[in-house]
Design a protein. Structure first.
Length: 524
């Protein structure tokens, strides 16, 4: 059930957006946003607002490759769950380095799998934020989960150095890569271990449920009600300073090489699971703030990716890990603990039993680390440069319309549909418009769904409105573009019950057909 960054699928439409949040609070100008110049999406808290806020990073290519770790895409279930628990949730969206001021007004900063290394100034800003009372949640993955093929994966970025390249962060990069803005100000250090008392290991364990759970009374109640947490190709952590860090979820004992991820580049399983393998989930207390760590994004993701792959423009496939076993409960328990300010300086002072230091191999020492295989794991697609957004494909985060895509029709009109389409069920639907005249109203649009031969099988209605009695094209509607020529239209749609197979989805304006896509109905 692991999201596979090698997986390639045929593109049907330009955007696959997440299902509309249950709170329906995204401003229409935010739904289409596709680069750092567009407004950042946010979710207002539910009626039980707690006055606390959570910020999700999207400044380090959190949407590279098959990843889609944004609050209105592949992390939307988690983000909506936080909002339902009373938090204000927002995405950090910018194209300049993270600063302390970006973080200081938020209770928790979530960093989903970073794919561009942090600059030293960004590490300093994050550490200052934590020491002054903020909390950070680091969401990593297995070693070699290098989604943008820049030779850095999230575990290396969080640790503060690249495996086998401790003395030179740009090792094996061509001069253009090494001189890129992304690599300026990047250094090597044992940053995470020195400051947070943990280090992500290089292992890559396959499909395993972590069932070795620390008692809730030994970890501030975080594991209350937790029996299992899913891993689908992930890493564990090493406890390097028990005064600062503590493991709370471990893999089962007795793991063998048969339990490693099939594409692991080394042993995969280091110490047979259990305590010796190091925690899958850990926490830390630093200054006035806190931190949490998990070695796999699979436990957080859902099946509603928003963007296309920046390298190829192909459709992404993500999975409902958030809904597995006790994943959602643990993630929300962590958020509750992270957002609660506490003044104790270390776990010993809070009456929490301390861990032992995790035994490590010599090649896990930063300066002695080695690169098992040449990187990146595959050659980038022709023309794609991870450090140059002008090479990104339409429909990916970071893409800009000025790149003159080869298909102007699809770059102007696109459908945002759920990952899975069922007949006989109300489903969310988004129409996206781009490359139109800014600040202009366009009228006469209709959307319809039909089978080969023309039989209409769809009903369409505005959000919170009732469906019409008959199947057919929607009522005509208008859209008004923003200052960038973007607009979106959110609707619900219903495919006639007992319909199977493929159908056609068409947008038209008056008598002109603007975009037609073939979609497939899933078995219920």
């Amino acid at each position: 059930m692991k999201k596979d960054f090698i997986l390639v699928k045929k593109v049907v439409s330009i955007f696959v957006l997440s299902a509309i949040t249950v709170l329906n609070v995204f401003p229409s100008t935010n739904v289409f946003a596709e680069n750092s110049q567009d407004p950042a999406p946010y979710i207002q808290p539910a009626a039980n607002a707690n006055g606390e806020s959570i910020l999700f990073d999207n400044t380090h290519e959190q949407t590279a490759g098959a990843a889609d770790w944004v609050i209105d895409g592949g992390f939307s279930d988690y983000a909506n769950g936080l909002a339902q628990n009373g938090y204000y949730v927002k995405e950090l969206r910018k194209n300049t380095p993270i600063t302390y001021d970006d973080l200081s007004s938020y209770n928790v900063f979530v960093i989903p799998e970073a794919n561009i290394p942090f600059k030293t100034s960004e590490q300093d800003a994050i550490l200052k934020y934590v020491k002054n009372g903020g909390s950070v949640f680091f969401i990593a993955d297995h070693y070699n989960s290098d989604r943008n093929k820049n030779r850095w994966d999230a575990s290396e970025i969080f640790n503060g150095y690249r495996r086998g390249a401790y003395t030179n962060p740009t090792y094996e990069m061509i001069s253009e890569e090494a001189a890129s803005v992304a690599m300026q100000g990047v250094g090597s250090s044992d940053w995470l271990s020195d400051n947070f008392g943990v280090r992500f290991r290089y292992n890559a364990v396959g499909d395993v449920n972590a069932t070795n759970i620390v008692s809730s009374d030994a970890c501030f109640g975080i594991t209350q009600g937790i029996s299992a947490v899913a891993m689908h190709a992930g890493s564990t952590l090493a406890i390097t300073d028990p005064q600062k860090a503590k493991g709370i979820v471990y893999l089962p004992n007795g793991l063998t090489q048969s339990n490693k991820w099939a594409s692991a580049v080394d042993d995969g399983v280091y110490d047979g699971g259990g305590i010796a393998e190091g925690p899958y989930v850990a926490i830390a207390k630093i200054g006035l703030g806190k931190a949490a760590f998990i070695g796999d994004s699979s436990a957080v993701e859902d099946a509603t990716p928003k963007y296309l792959k920046e390298e190829t423009g192909e459709k992404k496939t993500t999975y409902d890990g958030y809904k597995e076993v006790d994943d959602a409960k643990l993630l929300n328990n962590l958020a509750s603990w992270l957002s609660t300010k506490e003044s104790y300086s270390g776990f010993a002072n809070a009456g929490i039993p301390l861990d032992s230091v995790t035994a490590l191999y010599s090649y896990e020492t930063p300066a002695n680390s080695t690169e098992p295989k040449p990187e990146p794991w595959a050659a980038p697609a022709s023309g794609y440069k991870w450090y140059d957004p002008s090479t990104f494909k339409a429909g990916s985060y970071g893409y800009t319309a000025s790149q003159n895509p080869s298909n102007p029709t699809e770059s102007t009109y696109s459908f945002g549909l759920p990952q899975t389409i069922y007949a006989g069920k109300s489903l969310p639907f988004t129409l996206n418009f781009s490359n139109l005249t800014p600040n202009t109203t366009y009228s006469g649009y209709q959307i319809g769904a039909y089978l080969d031969g023309g039989t209409q099988i769809g009903k369409f209605a505005n959000v919170n409105a009732s469906f019409p009695a008959a199947y057919g094209y929607s009522s005509t509607f208008s859209i008004t573009t923003d200052s960038n020529g973007h607009a979106s239209k959110q609707m619900n749609f219903y495919i006639k019950d007992n319909t199977t197979g493929t159908f056609h989805l068409r947008l038209k304006q008056s008598s002109s057909n603007l975009l037609t896509a073939n979609e497939t109905i899933s078995a219920s």
